[in-house]
Design a protein around this ligand. Structure first.
Ligand code: FMN
Length: 124
């Protein structure tokens, strides 16, 4: 399965998860900034595309780009992951995941939470 992992990361936690996923899936890895430079053709051959963004005030950073593209990628396996400072067992995480996608988007995208952390030195 040809897999692509796209991510946005401010302090490195989401990048690390994206690297682990790409390694595990023998997939390709792209920073969102580079993904945005690619033409539609670039994504055509991927069987699975996953987007990872960090949690900011209850939202997945820059997921709008992925969600807009995903409408045309329904023939692929699609997933999204969010990396936040909250522990995995924080009850807010479940609510967060429920609200991340519309009912329609839930039909073709799966969403996951991964615990990151806080790196205050790198937050600008
Ligand atoms: C402005 C701001 C808002 C944040 N909001 C949330 C949040 O709503 N939920 C959460 O779990 N973590 C939140 N965090 C924590 C980050 O998601 C966390 O530090 C994450 O690991 C950062 O990922 P990165 O290293 O890939 O940038 C917030 C951090 C910042 C700076």
């Amino acid at each position: 399965m040809k897999t692509l992992i796209i991510y946005t990361s401010q302090t490195g936690f989401t990048k690390r998860y994206a690297e682990w996923l790409a390694e595990r899936m023998s997939g390709d890895l792209l920073d969102l900034k580079n993904a945005q430079k690619k033409s539609a053709d670039y994504f055509k051959d991927y069987d699975a595309i996953c987007y990872g963004g960090w949690a900011m005030a209850g939202n997945i950073v820059k997921c709008k780009w992925f969600l807009e593209k995903a409408v045309n990628w329904k023939n692929k396996r699609l997933a999204m992951f969010c990396v936040g400072g909250s522990p995995n067992d924080n009850p807010d995480v479940e609510i967060f995941l429920q609200n991340a996608l519309t009912d329609e988007q839930k039909k073709y995208i799966r969403v996951f939470y991964c615990q990151g952390g806080f790196n205050y030195e790198k937050v600008v």
